[in-house]
Design a protein around this ligand. Structure first.
Ligand code: BDR
Ligand code: CA
Length: 311
């Protein structure tokens, strides 16, 4: 299995990524760090513990990392994920404890303890990862790849040109991109192909387990937010595509292209600029996702919920 550290800000789609990561035997989830993004870092850490508890996984450490972006102030995604960051279902007290370490140090310790390079999957703002690379530049050699949900080859969501994870901390995203560690980017152009349509919800409901019911409640809340904020008929399940791609690279096609993060921009700060047609004379520096194989993706995601059963 692929050793993975998951850096996240749950978040409804992050919650589903956690389930996929713990359920699929191709992934060896070593640690979960959380970051401020969809909600405050305290809330995202609580939500990660809630999801691991629901999945019946108690052996994976969870720690809270950076509580704000490298520059500027935090603007949470409560208009999508609600006051708790995971609105919809009612949760009990999690039985997964909060690791006392700072999330960045949990990542560092996990990399140091591994006997092979570890893949980092980053599905929130990139503040923790940029901070890790600033504090522990030697850790670059211990990271196999960073798979990121962020940006788009097209337009944005939080602002017309910028996607939420990137615009929340554009400096962090630029530092990670320029760090020399290989990166693969799953942007909105890919995740908007993973819509939770009624047939998907029906398949999850049909599993009939308590976990499946929680998932349906989460996805229903998420769907109503997306409808309200952007008029979507069905919400895009962004984050789990990163994990699905690691499990089965055929889930998504990608191109190796020149990529830049707009950190200035009067109206476009946080935009990702992917030079898909080599107009800019940039050296290709990143793998950028293009087309999703929806059937493969949903089979993996729904299969994970099924496999976790009724813990
Ligand atoms: C990203 O922002 C968050 O709302 C989601 O969890 C996802 O990581 C999509 O723009
Ligand atoms: Ca997220």
């Amino acid at each position: 299995p692929i050793p993975v550290i998951l850096d996240c800000d749950p978040g409804h789609d992050d919650a589903m990524a956690i389930l996929l990561a713990v359920a699929n035997p191709a992934i060896d989830l070593r640690a979960v760090s959380t970051v401020a993004g969809n909600q405050t870092v305290e809330k995202t850490a609580l939500n990660a513990r809630r999801m691991l508890s629901l999945a019946g996984v108690t052996g994976v450490p969870v720690a809270a990392g950076c509580d704000r972006p490298l520059t500027g102030t935090l603007e949470v995604g409560d208009y999508v994920h609600g006051e708790s960051g995971l609105d919809g279902p009612a949760f009990g007290e999690p039985d997964v404890p909060l690791d006392p370490r700072h999330g960045v140090e949990l990542i560092h310790d996990t990399l140091a303890a591994a006997d092979e390079p570890v893949t980092i999957v980053a599905i929130g703002p990139l503040t923790n990862i940029a901070t890790l690379l600033r504090r522990h530049p030697e850790d670059r050699e211990r990271i196999r790849e960073i798979v990121i949900m962020g940006g788009s080859t097209e337009r944005g969501n939080h602002t017309p040109y910028a996607e939420f994870n990137i615009v929340t901390d554009p400096e962090a995203a630029a530092e990670v991109l320029d760090s020399g560690v290989p990166t693969t980017w799953v942007g909105l152009n890919v995740s908007h192909q993973a819509l939770v349509t009624p047939d998907v919800l029906d398949r999850i409901s049909a599993l009939g387990t308590p976990l499946a019911r929680v998932c349906v409640e989460l996805l229903t809340f998420f769907g109503s937010s997306y409808h309200q904020a952007w008029g979507f008929e069905a919400p895009p399940l962004h984050d789990p595509i990163t994990i699905a791609y690691l499990i089965d690279p055929q889930v998504m096609t990608y191109a190796r292209v020149g990529l830049r993060i707009e950190v200035e921009g009067r109206y476009t700060r946080g935009a990702t600029v992917a030079d898909l047609h080599s107009r800019m004379d940039w050296e290709p520096n990143a793998n950028v996702g293009l087309i999703l194989d929806r059937d493969r993706f949903w089979d993996l995601m729904i299969g994970a919920i099924e496999r976790l059963g009724a813990p």
